[in-house]
Design a protein around this ligand. Structure first.
Ligand code: UDP
Length: 466
C-alpha cells in the first residue's frame, strides 16, 4: 500500500492538552514543551487568551514556526479583561482571578461539549498538562478520568516550600499559635472564611506525573524529595535549551518557537556587535515587575557610577509615578548616551548569548535565571516577588554564579555589586558561570538526565493511549 494509506492506518498519536497561565514567563516554557511534544509527533492543543495569541502572532515568527508543526493547534478564550488592562505588577492578581472566573468556566464547558477535543483526526485528549497555578485542574481531571500532569514553571525548591506548607503548619513549624488544620484562615485576602489550613496547596500530590523546568544538576535533592510523593517526576530543563538541542539533533528546519508578547527590538544586537567581549551588563526585570521612578533613578546612577556599559530593557508602562516627561529622568537618559542603550523589549536569549554580554542585572525570574545559567552569564539579583527571592538565594549561595542584593535599591550598593561582578571578581564569576553552563548543556544532550527524562515523559504519555 502507498505511504498515504499507511498513514491512514496508523492510529492517531497521543493528544496532549497544555494550559499555561497566560503570562510571558509561563507561556515561554510551556510553549517549548508543546514544541518538544510536536517534535515527537504528538498532537498538541494549547490554551491561550485571545489577547495574548494576538500579541504572540503579531510580534514573533511563531506563525511560520507553527506551520512546521502540523500537530499543533491553539484554542483561544477571553481572559475577561479590557485590552488596556496592564495584566502586570500589582494588578497581576486581578488577571489571575479573571482567568479563574472567566476563562476556566468557558474552558470546562467547551471540553465537555466537544467531547474532550475529539475530532476526525484527533483522539480525545490523552492527558492534561496544567500550569501549577491552575488549581481547578486536579479535580477537573479526576471528575473526567483524564490523567493530570502538573507543570511547574517556578524553581522546584520554591514549589516544594509551597507544597509542604500545610505540613509545616501541622507540625507547627510556622508559628501561628498551634491551631488545628481544620481552622479557617482569616488572613488570606479575598478568601476569608473559606480556606482551612488543610486546603492550602498540596495538589502536586494528586498528579499522575509532574514536569519541572529544572534539572538534576541544579535541584537534584529537591526533585528526589518530591519523587517520594508523586509516582513520576520528569525534570526536563532548561527547557529552552532542550528545544535547541533537539532541533539540532533532528537537523530540523524549524527554528525555536518564541513566545514574545512584545515586539523585540533587534537594533540592540547591532549595538552589542560594536562592544568589546564581556563588557556589557544586560539589565531586565522581566515581564511583570513594575519599578518606581525613584528605583529607576537608583539603578541609573548605580549603572553610570559603575562605569560599565549596559543594555537596559524598560518595558512600556513599567515605570510608576512618572509621566514620561520627567526632567530628571530625561537629563539622565541624555547622560547615558554612549555608555548604555535603552530598549523596550529585547530578544533576551540572543542577548545573553552574545559575546559582548558579561553580566545580567535581573529580577531573578526563573526563565531569566535559567537562560542566564545556560548562556554562562553571571548575575546581580534584585528579586521582585514569588519564587524570585528563593532563586536569587540559590544563584548566590548554592550555584555561586552571582550576587544577591535582595530588595535593597540603593545606588551605592548597585554600583558596588556591578563592579564586583563585571570587574573586581570578574574572573571568578566567569569561570563558575562557564562551568555551570557546561553542566546544564550536558544535561539536555544525549545521555544527560534532562534528555532521558524527556524521553521518559514521551514514553509515559504514549503509555496512556488506550
Ligand atoms: N524576556 C524577553 N525580552 C525582554 C525581557 C524578558 O524575551 O526584554 C523574556 C525572558 O527571556 C524570559 C521571560 O521574558 O523568558 C521572563 O520570564 P521570567 O520567568 O524571567 O520572569 P517574569 O516575567 O515571569 O517575571
Amino acid at each position: 500500500s502507498s505511504a498515504s494509506d499507511q498513514e491512514k492506518l496508523r492510529p492517531p498519536p497521543p493528544h496532549v492538552l497544555i494550559f499555561p497561565m497566560p503570562v510571558q514567563g509561563h507561556l515561554n516554557p510551556m510553549l517549548k514543551l508543546a514544541h518538544l511534544l510536536c517534535l515527537a509527533e504528538f498532537h498538541v492543543t494549547f490554551i491561550i487568551s485571545d489577547f495574548n495569541q494576538h500579541r504572540l502572532l503579531q510580534h514573533t515568527a511563531a506563525s511560520a514556526a507553527f506551520s512546521r508543526c502540523p500537530g499543533f493547534q491553539f484554542r483561544t478564550f477571553p481572559d475577561g479583561l479590557p485590552d488596556d488592562h496592564p495584566r502586570s505588577g500589582h494588578r497581576a492578581m486581578e488577571f489571575v482571578s479573571s482567568v479563574a472566573n472567566v476563562t476556566v468556566p468557558l474552558f470546562k464547558k467547551m471540553m465537555i461539549k466537544e467531547n474532550f477535543l475529539a475530532s476526525a483526526a484527533r483522539r480525545p485528549v490523552t492527558c492534561f498538562v496544567a500550569d501549577g497555578l491552575l488549581s481547578f485542574a486536579p479535580e477537573f481531571c479526576e471528575e473526567n478520568g483524564i490523567p493530570f500532569i502538573f507543570f511547574g514553571t517556578a524553581t522546584t525548591s520554591y514549589l516544594w516550600a509551597i507544597f509542604r506548607f500545610p505540613q509545616l503548619l501541622e507540625a507547627q513549624e510556622i508559628p501561628l499559635g498551634g491551631k488545628s488544620m481544620d481552622e479557617l484562615i482569616e488572613s488570606m485576602p479575598g478568601m476569608e472564611g473559606i480556606i482551612r489550613r488543610r486546603d492550602l496547596p498540596g495538589f502536586v500530590e494528586r498528579a499522575q506525573a509532574v514536569v519541572f523546568n529544572t534539572c538534576e544538576d541544579l535541584e537534584g535533592q529537591i526533585v528526589a524529595e518530591i519523587h517520594k510523593h508523586v509516582p513520576r517526576v520528569f525534570s526536563i530543563g532548561p527547557i529552552h535549551h532542550q528545544v535547541k538541542h533537539r532541533l539540532a539533533e533532528k537537523k530540523a528546519e524549524s527554528s525555536i518557537i518564541t513566545a514574545s508578547l512584545w515586539a523585540e527590538d533587534r537594533s540592540c544586537m547591532d549595538w552589542l556587535d560594536a562592544q568589546p567581549p564581556r563588557s556589557v551588563i544586560y539589565v531586565s526585570f522581566g515581564s511583570l515587575a513594575l519599578v518606581t521612578r525613584e528605583q529607576v533613578l537608583e539603578f541609573l546612577h548605580g549603572l553610570l557610577d559603575s562605569s560599565q556599559r549596559f543594555l537596559w530593557v524598560v518595558r512600556p508602562d513599567s515605570v510608576t509615578g512618572s509621566d514620561g516627561n520627567d526632567p530628571v529622568l530625561t537629563e539622565l537618559m541624555e547622560r547615558i548616551k554612549g555608555k548604555g542603550l535603552l530598549v523596550e523589549w529585547a530578544p533576551q536569549d540572543k542577548v545573553l548569548n552574545h559575546p559582548a554580554v558579561g553580566g545580567f542585572l535581573t529580577h531573578s525570574g526563573w526563565n531569566s535565571t535559567l537562560e542566564s545559567i545556560a548562556a554562562g552569564v553571571p548575575m546581580v539579583c534584585w528579586p521582585y516577588f514569588a519564587d524570585q527571592t528563593t532563586n536569587s538565594r540559590f544563584v548566590s549561595e548554592v550555584w555561586k554564579v552571582g550576587l544577591d542584593i535582595k530588595d535593597t535599591c540603593d545606588r551605592k550598593i548597585i554600583e558596588e555589586a556591578i563592579r564586583d561582578l563585571m570587574d573586581v571578581r570578574k574572573d571568578e564569576f566567569m569561570e563558575r558561570a562557564e562551568n555551570l553552563a557546561k553542566v546544564v548543556k550536558r544535561t539536555v544532550s544525549k545521555g544527560g538526565s534532562s534528555y532521558n527524562n524527556l524521553d521518559g515523559l514521551i514514553q509515559y504519555i504514549k503509555s496512556l493511549v488506550v
